[in-house]
Ligand binder design. Structure first.
Ligand code: XMP
Length: 512
């Protein structure tokens, strides 16, 4: 396994993803992880991330010096390379010209080792983002690459297995970056690449069994990817000791409740208690039009209902949750200076302390793509596993202002047509998230010989990698036209459809 020490670069998570994509297990920890803990972890290799500071600044983050004497291969990326250079007696200075963006890396000497297959005709396009560079190479290191602006862009000391790169191999803008990371973790560190879906499942199943023994486990199933995969995985491990509680809040997509029951209860034989709570949610929301208050009402009622139901399950000891690795990193991430939530996101979870259940989080170490691939391997329908994210408060935040059943029914039908058409035209998998929004605004239209006075539906589709920033999806006109006319013709109560062309920021993905 590989240890990644984080110096606060915005790309650190990507390093971890690239390593996992090479089917090698890795963990990400703060740069000041202590040496004893590192020894305990016993990594086969260490990657030092980039970071926003300069190594010569007062109080710049550093690693314990003995880290370089552990005898395991080290790859320093950007700040990590500068830190390593300084440690071994090299020199780092502010660059005359900051480099940001594309650069053509030129090979020097005979690259080899880490750089096997990285250069084609002596060149490799890379992504740079730095203000400092190494000006004197430490003894024992060879320079492997330069750019027109920086004389030292990659170094290696093959004897001691130490490597440094000034560019960012972890981002997609460095096309052969994944080759380099793959070479580092497999060839140089000797990791075997057994972190495959089958292996992950086997490993998780045996851990779940040891952890819970013969205890009973409850899980709040939402129909979303994470809780669904957690349910399928835990069921594979302990069968009927697992009971899922599925709260249908009346704010789900068309037919979603039935699909969840069909997949889990009928096909996989999982015990699922379905609670039809539509009326309770709608009456709790009655008259409330403030988005944040609506979120709180929905979140709190969910917890109340979940507690009522789980209280009925005698001797449950464990509460299972579909927490995934990015959630873990984010909540531990004060150090990495992650942005704060603009909206109070409600997810399944956050149960009160007095429930005294132990937490079972079998997906805690997995990235979303890993969760999806084990979901497929566990036999969940492809459609469910690759579904776009859906917010906890559901249609509650897609009906602007006050929520009513009439609005929810209209929205569900419009949304279903939209999504069906996106699938049919091959757009769905290219879009990160798509949905319809109900606007409680009436406008005038004409149908046949009559005047209409009906509601508006807005369509949203975005492309994004991390949901922090997003661009609107350029849906072709003819698809827009077809979707619009189907919605207006088939959904009573709607006479106008609009397409949202706002990016995030300054807009958000959801409308509330
Ligand atoms: P925004 O609208 O903030 O959304 O750009 C970013 C992502 O978060 C989802 N989202 C939520 N998810 N509870 C959730 O579980 C919420 O209250 C919530 N609000 C937004 C949104 O769907 C998008 O994927």
């Amino acid at each position: 396994k590989i240890l990644i020490l984080d110096f606060g670069s915005q790309y650190t998570q990507l390093i971890a993803r690239r390593v996992r994509e090479a089917h090698v297990y890795c963990e990400l920890h703060p740069f000041d992880m202590d040496l004893a803990a590192i020894r305990d972890f016993s990594p086969r290799g260490i990657i030092l991330s980039g970071g926003p500071k300069s190594v010569y600044e007062e109080g710049a983050p550093a690693v314990e010096e003995a880290l370089f004497e552990l005898g395991v291969p080290v790859l320093g990326i950007c700040y990590g390379m500068q830190l390593m250079s300084r440690h071994f007696g090299g020199e780092v200075v502010p660059a005359g010209k900051r480099e940001f963006g594309h650069a053509d890396l030129l090979s020097e000497g005979a690259p080899g080792h880490l750089f096997d297959g990285f250069f084609v005709d002596g060149k490799s396009p890379v992504w740079m983002s730095h203000g400092d560079h190494v000006s004197r190479v430490p003894a024992g290191f060879d320079v492997v690459a330069k750019t027109d602006n920086a004389p030292v862009c990659a170094i290696q000391d093959v004897e001691r297995n130490l490597y440094g790169v000034q560019f960012h191999p972890e981002v997609n803008h460095t096309p052969r970056g994944e080759v380099l990371i793959d070479t580092f973790v497999r060839k140089i560190c000797g990791c075997s690449g057994q972190w495959t879906p089958g292996h992950i499942i086997e490993d998780a199943v045996s851990r779940i069994r040891t952890q819970v023994g013969s205890d009973r486990v409850i899980l709040g199933l939402s129909g979303g990817v994470d809780s669904s995969v957690a349910a399928a995985l835990i069921h594979r491990a302990i069968g009927d000791q697992l009971t899922c509680v599925f709260v249908d809040n009346g704010l789900l997509r068309l037919g979603e409740g039935d699909q969840v029951m069909a997949t889990f209860a009928e096909n996989l034989g999982v015990k699922v208690i379905r609670v039809d709570a539509e009326e309770r949610f709608l009456s709790a929301l009655e008259g409330e039009s403030d988005p944040e208050k609506k979120r709180k009402i929905i979140g709190k009622l969910f917890v109340d209902i979940f507690e009522e139901e789980s209280g009925k399950i005698a001797d449950a000891r464990w509460l299972a949750q579909g927490t995934i690795y990015p959630d873990v990193i984010e909540s531990a991430g004060a150090k990495t200076g992650k942005a704060h939530n603009i909206k109070s996101h409600h997810n399944v979870g956050g149960l009160p302390d007095y429930m005294k259940l132990k937490l079972l989080e079998p997906l805690r170490e997995l990235f979303k793509d890993e969760v999806r691939s084990i979901g497929e391997e566990l036999g969940l329908p492809r459609q469910m596993v690759w579904r776009h994210p859906f917010p906890g408060p559901g249609l509650g935040v897609r009906i602007l202002g006050a929520v009513k059943k009439e609005y929810a029914d209209i929205l569900r039908r419009a949304d279903a047509i939209y999504i069906e058409e996106l699938y049919a035209a091959g757009h769905y998998d290219k879009i990160s998230q798509a949905f319809a929004v109900f606007l409680p605004v009436k406008s005038v239209g004409v149908m046949g010989d009559g005047r209409t006075y009906e509601y508006v539906v807005a369509l949203r589709a975005v492309e994004t990698k991390d949901f922090m920033t997003a661009g609107w999806y350029p849906l072709p006109y003819e698809d827009m036209a077809r979707i619009s006319s189907r919605i207006i013709n088939e959904v009573k109560g709607v006479n106008r459809v609009v397409y949202d062309i706002s990016s995030k920021p300054p807009a958000t993905i959801e409308w509330e």
